[in-house]
Design a binder for this molecule. Sequence first.
Ligand code: ADP
Ligand code: MG
Length: 234
Amino acid sequence: MDRTIIAEKLVKTYDKGFRAVNDVSFQVESGEIFGFLGPNGAGKSTTVAMLTTLALPTEGRALVGGYNVLSQAGQVRRIAGVALQEIGIDPLMKSLELLTLQARLFGMKPREAKARAAELLEVVKLSEFTDRPVGKYSGGMRRRLDLALALVHEPAILFLDEPTTGLDPASRRDIWAEVRRLNRESGMTIFLTTQYLEEADELADRIAIINRGEIAVEGKPAALKAALGASPST
Ligand code: ADP
Ligand code: MG
């Protein structure tokens, strides 16, 4: 199965010609964890949105799992899962209902959908909290639920948009462990955006640094840290 991500000269222009993403190209290999590192406003979420068919590229081309995000959007949605920043979820819903609903949206029958939902709650360690409305979840629990929602249809390629921003160190480590496990056990390709060099360094096989819509540098974490002049401890 093709689990690669290819972006070729992607551009996203918003009103008044502002280029939120400006000529971005990169390639992610099958089974790789790719870190997309950049500050607020750099264009990370916009790039993720284009790669997951949630926003149309203004220019350029992208292939996810070999499928074109423009002409084969349905196939891209099948092969890719995405956990977005701040999606609106009804705070009164329970995690089991939400996941079951998501599974139904992906075409599972009611019983199968419920079983899948329960299984995913085990995976992200939320089984004990299925009765609590998701509006009352902690930040770490919410991120684990977002992750479960992205995994419902067993995607081969996973997009995580700032999965640990705002989390305490312990919750962050939980997410890191889960990301590594998913990658190791299922060979899932993972595209992860972050504002933290530490996180990209910890998780990613390769990193691209994006700033003001453009890729500044790309490479293995060790080489990038050397180029940035970071000491080994940071
Ligand atoms: P990041 O995820 O790296 O923080 P974004 O991709 O969200 O960055 O945003 C990149 C730039 O595009 C920012 O300057 C942001 O304000 C702008 N932007 C994002 N979405 C929109 C939109 N829907 N309309 C206009 N500008 C937007
Ligand atoms: Mg963002």
